[in-house]
Unconditional design. Sequence first.
Length: 443
Amino acid sequence: MYYKNTYIRLVIYILLLIAFSGLFFMQAFALSWYSVLLFFGVAWATYHILKLFNKIPQKISYFFNAVENEDSTLRFPIDISHAPTKEMNKSLNRVNSLIQEVKLQNREQEQYYSMLLEQVVTGVVVINSNGNILQANTSAKKLLNYTTLSHIEQLKRVDVNLFQAFYLLKEGSTHQFVKLIQGNTIVQLSLRATTFISNKKTLRIISVHDISNELDANEVESWARLIRVLTHEIMNSITPITSLSETLLNYYTPPESPIDAKTIANTVRGLKVINERGAGLIRFVESYRKLTKLSKPVLETIELAQLIEHLLLLMESEPNFNRVQFDVQVPKKICSIEADRAQISQVFINLIKNAIEAVEKVSEPKISIVASLMADSRCEIKIIDNGLGVAPELMDQIFIPFFTTKENGSGIGLSLSRQIMKNHGGTIEIISLPGKTQFTLYI
């Protein structure tokens, strides 16, 4: 019992070390061969003293190795008489229990999130930089039409375009659209990716969403709006033409009374109205042709500052232009864009005209044109006016072809501008509040 006590053992080893050392030096000076035996005694005592001192670091090292290897059975004895060692063993056992509890909680949490992931309609796929698929929920496998996903190369068996989309997302792309043919059904998939770091490894989370129904609904809604506009415009022109032509026809077939000057005057007025309505309908059709037959842009390098300055000079003859205060902040030789000069000029003219009309009833009208170079080398151009703004209920309609709130507007300016920006690989966005409307171009 006493021999198991660490203190007693340490004292015994120290006393033996002192005794052996003393006797060793005495025999060494006496040149006795007993000094060899005493030297081994010194070495033996020193070894056991060092062993006692190394016991605690070895125990802690053993504990961490067991934790690293997920050995949950590790327990240190606590039925010992040495109080410090006993308390240390209790602490190590307590830490081990806490670690195991945390691991159990993490495992339960992983199962919870895994079950939650399986319930979502959106497909979720996690891939690493090598294209290995680390996780894919049931929805993803169903949408991608493949049940055992382990690498994006497998997607070639479904569709080469699908594999290409995943490859681009792996390389850093954030959004891809893919059209798949599954049996007799065409499926439109929207793929979005984001990056996160796990255990110092870069992973990509890709969401897979079937947008076929959304596209169908949006397409039907767009067609319905377009048909309403077309019907309204055509009926506004055809109705008076039909009515007037019928009235004029009654003047002459058969003539109930002699054709006099009044009849001729009415006929002339009626024909003028018919001519005006016909001309208006022709202009409307020409606008439609202009929108649907937009030519492919011929790109050239354009210095934005010079282009804006040139366009403002051309527009000085516009009504109310001179009463507007223009604030142009376009750094020279910083924002150069690759664009079709005529088409991009049309976009700026449309937006500046709209801004001038928007501030017509403002006491101190102001229009700002601000350009800056973004981190991704795109140019951001903002056209801001302090007009009354666009009504919230009209915000989702202003880019619809032929939709207009102006009495003499064609309704193609903004839709044409958006189409031009799209053909240039850019976008156009709007934010509107009372007192501030901002169109933003990215190109």
